[in-house]
Design a protein around this ligand. Structure first.
Ligand code: GLU
Length: 486
């Protein structure tokens, strides 16, 4: 990668919907490239499609980048030497650029109505021809075109693709790609509403903003030759390009909304940690060339290299993300996990209790939101379950009653001052051994009485969190539940 020029990358989303997880990865890669070379990372809003503009989408871009920790050096809010960073506020620049292209003969006005274009497209379909503008308006004399435009006739401006030859493009990830001129369409650069299309706006902005590397999704690869041509038409040096492969569903196909939520926000709401998402996302496409799996943002600034980004699509495996999330949760202190879990915790419970719950659940949490079910288990006044669940293997209900009585007796004899997971475990196990009881026959009913579930933290952890009094009352409630079966 050439590094003579100051490295400047940008994330250029269109605020049309919630920030997609793929967009978040594009931003991450662009940020990493900039930071790796101690360069600048910019945010530019591409809002030229006003009909699809979404304020919620706009907010999700800022919130998402902030949440990921991707600080901008220049953006629409903090400004910068190339402000404004919002395309709808840069219209004059695009008009001037379009005029330059018309004057140089690289663009022309087109007055064809949408009905005519529709008719043309249908004809092409019938003849099995690729959809392409038939250049009717290219035949107009420049004076006539100017006159009709000055008279207010609606028109668009199209780029004039050269008649022959090919455009040779370089992509950092994909290498050299050649596109034949004959396969390219005279694409619209300026719409009849006076707004530029993406093609013109991005070329002008990336040049004006001195972008050194355009890092974007693979869906823009077919447009690359048009962009490279635009740079040639203007006589500007083109930036370097890197097109990132799309995320794929495990079953194949582009990661889509139909198979679940795909916005960054939905992952945040589900309880994924920033570190886990970053680690997971960066490996969806980037090959660290080692067995190493854990990378912090700082590590990535050192190591990330576009040259090691894969061409093939990356399969989005939620299980892997879950695994990373669990790993990052385990690496934190219970106090930190408690703070991270806050959005999912009730406001009316004491921190001391919540911290205990987090302490025993930390090793099991996959997503932070999983804490909710656990909290319910400890705070509900009455635990509801099928009394038969209290029965361990071949135990009979009278034996269950016996063991519950035994438990009530021993738990009440315990010293509340010594109420730790370890002390509870040691004391109960010693008594079980002393009385020659089968461990499962005591600990199973204890677990169910305290949690109402077959899968739960250990019975000693449950008792520790609940405290002596609640432990006893749940054991008594269990006794009442099993009695009718005796
Ligand atoms: N506005 C385009 C998008 O949201 C940006 C593509 C680019 O980065 O050039 O996909």
């Amino acid at each position: 990668m050439a590094t003579q020029k100051r490295v400047r990358t940008r994330f250029a989303p269109s605020p049309t919907g919630l920030l997609h997880i793929g967009g978040a990865r594009t931003a991450l890669y662009a940020w990493l490239v900039a930071k790796h070379f101690a360069g600048d990372f910019l945010l530019r809003l591409e809002d030229t499609d006003q009909a699809r503009y979404s304020p919620e989408g706009l907010k999700s871009i800022f919130d998402g980048l902030d949440w990921l920790g991707l600080k901008r050096d220049e953006d629409p809010v903090i400004g910068g030497p190339h402000a404004p960073y919002i395309q709808s506020e840069r219209k004059d620049m695009y008009h001037a650029a379009a005029k330059v292209l018309i004057n140089k003969g690289h663009a022309y006005r087109c007055f064809c109505t949408s009905e005519r274009l529709e008719f043309m497209r249908k004809e092409q379909q019938v003849q099995h021809l690729p959809p392409k503008y038939d250049r009717t308006c290219l035949k107009l004399a420049p004076e006539e075109s100017d006159k009709r435009a000055a008279a207010g006739e609606a028109n668009v401006i199209r780029m004039r693709i050269p008649d022959e030859g090919a455009v040779v493009c370089q992509d950092i990830i994909r290498g050299k790609i050649e596109f034949k001129m004959g396969d390219l369409d005279d694409t619209v650069l300026m719409k009849s509403d006076g707004m530029p299309t993406y093609h013109l706006a991005m070329a002008v902005d990336d040049h004006e903003m001195e972008i050194s590397h355009v890092i974007r999704g693979e869906e823009w690869l077919p447009s690359l030759p048009k962009h490279v041509l635009l740079y040639q038409f203007f006589g500007w040096d083109a930036p370097e390009f890197a097109h990132l492969s799309l995320f794929l569903n495990p079953g194949g196909g582009k990661l889509s909304k139909r198979k679940g939520s795909v916005s960054l926000q939905s992952f945040i709401k589900a309880g994924y940690l920033r570190e886990a998402l970053i680690n997971f996302m960066v490996l969806l496409g980037w090959n660290p060339k080692s067995e190493r799996e854990f990378f912090s943002l700082d590590d990535l600034i050192q190591l990330f290299d576009l040259a090691n980004v894969n061409k093939a699509g990356a399969v989005f495996e939620t299980e892997k993300l879950d695994w990373f999330n669990g790993q990052y949760i385990r690496r934190k202190s219970p106090e930190e996990v408690l703070e991270l879990c806050r959005p999912w915790l009730p406001g009316d419970q004491e921190d001391a209790l919540l911290l205990k719950i987090v302490t025993i659940e930390q090793g099991r949490l996959v997503k932070l939101s999983d804490i909710q079910t656990s909290v319910v288990m400890f705070t509900e006044t009455q635990v509801n379950y099928d009394p038969k669940l209290l029965i361990w293997k071949k135990m009979t209900p009278p034996v269950v009653v016996d063991r519950l009585k035994w438990l009530i007796q021993h738990v009440s004899e315990m010293n509340e001052a010594d109420w730790t997971v370890q002390a509870i475990e040691t004391s109960l196990k010693e008594h079980i051994a002393a009385d020659g009881l089968a461990t499962g026959e005591v600990l199973w009913p204890l677990r169910v009485a305290l949690s109402g579930r077959q899968n739960s933290p250990s019975p000693f952890e449950l008792a520790w969190v609940l405290g002596q009094e609640k432990t006893l009352s749940r054991l008594q409630a269990a006794q009442g539940l099993i009695q009718p079966l005796v």
